[in-house]
Design a protein around this ligand. Structure first.
Ligand SMILES: Nc1ncnc2c1ncn2[C@@H]1O[C@H](COP(=O)(O)OP(=O)(O)O)[C@@H](O)[C@H]1O
Ligand SMILES: [Mg+2]
Length: 312
């Protein structure tokens, strides 16, 4: 593998909601990089801050600390109009529930081209329709579908409409926020295959958000594990599955169903207790690259244990 090009750099990201008197920190000091052309999986239970991170990257959620750098340019906080436009065009998000995220009263034609209006591009009607047709074809839908309404489609087709809506902007980077969680199991693979095909054809980079590890395992190059707004571990997918270090990662792994019924019946489900670390002021948790490309959160005492595990 040649030198990897960093596309996105998230450093010490902090997102706080609520009021000054009653702040709630949803994302707390999160740092990770995403390289061009890869799929980075972000995994954690519901409410852990995954969507908030995605929305902070696309500038929907204001950040209260840290920076987001895209293509070498800071895109968080106050930026020029030009940078704002670049983010709108280059970074697109697709959502979990296509039902909820598509405007039911708008035709597919409008839904798919909405981003173009927001960008204020001066396109002729014919050019716009051509772009819609091409986006629909790219996701395996017929151009005629443009004149229909979302309720006329199945869940899988609706998710394809959501993907077409992102693709029409010709983005480089797509944040896929639990894109298959709301779909029937039987059509999940179709949507994943489509995403992987589009990635190859267009050299796309993905941030793929999911709440369980089994979904991201096979599609991610690297995986970050988040718990209550903080990253617990980050590693290459194979490394994470082969040598999980953090107890929360181990708990997530133990929740993955096993293919054989005997193994499934006899396995132990690990439960993560955040009090298990026994952190002290003298030995607080740190975020450390414990081996090349493998990051984990732990105290000095824990990190020593983790190093021993890795040395075998
Ligand atoms: N706009 C908001 N205002 C207040 N709290 C929010 C807002 N958005 C998210 N949160 C809170 O931040 C936490 C993280 O939410 P979210 O990022 O949606 O989690 P996830 O996507 O991992 O399920 C949750 O406790 C959620 O209730
Ligand atoms: Mg979410």
């Amino acid at each position: 593998m040649g030198e990897r090009e960093k596309l996105l750099e998230v450093r010490d990201l902090k997102v706080t909601f609520g009021t000054k008197r009653h702040p709630f920190t949803a994302v707390d000091g999160v740092s990770f990089d995403i390289y061009r052309g890869e799929t980075f999986g972000l995994v954690g239970e519901s409410g852990s801050g995954k969507t908030t991170i995605g929305r902070a990257i696309i500038r929907v959620n204001p950040v209260s600390g840290g920076t987001v750098t895209y293509n070498g340019q800071v895109i968080s906080g106050k930026v020029s109009r030009q940078v704002d436009r670049q983010v709108i065009q280059n970074i697109q998000m697709i959502f979990q529930d296509p039902m909820a995220s598509l405007n039911e009263r708008a035709k597919v034609d409008y839904i798919v081209s909405e981003g173009l209006y927001n960008l204020g591009e001066h396109l002729s009607e014919a050019q716009r329709q051509e772009k819609v047709s091409r986006a629909l074809s790219a996701v395996g839908l017929l151009p005629e579908f443009a004149s229909r309404f979302p309720h006329e489609f199945s869940g899988g087709q609706r998710q394809r409409i959501g993907i077409a809506r992102a693709l029409i902007m010709n983005p480089q980077f797509i944040i896929a926020d639990e894109p298959i969680s709301a779909l029937d199991v039987s059509i999940r693979a179709q949507v994943l295959n489509l995403m992987s095909k589009l990635q190859k054809e267009r050299g796309l980079t993905y941030l793929f958000i999911a709440h369980d590890l089994s979904v991201v395992r096979f599609i991610s190059d690297r995986i970050g594990v988040i718990y209550r707004g903080k990253l617990m571990e980050l590693a290459g997918s194979e490394q994470l599955f082969a040598h999980p270090l953090h107890p929360y990662t181990k708990a997530l792994l133990s929740a993955i169903p096993m293919p054989d019924p005997v193994g499934e019946r006899e396995k132990t489900l690990l439960v993560y207790d955040p009090a298990c670390h026994g952190y002290t002021q003298q030995d607080p948790p740190q975020w450390v690259e414990i081996e090349p490309g493998h990051f984990v959160r732990g105290s000095e005492r824990e990190l020593d244990e983790y190093r021993k595990v890795l040395e075998g």
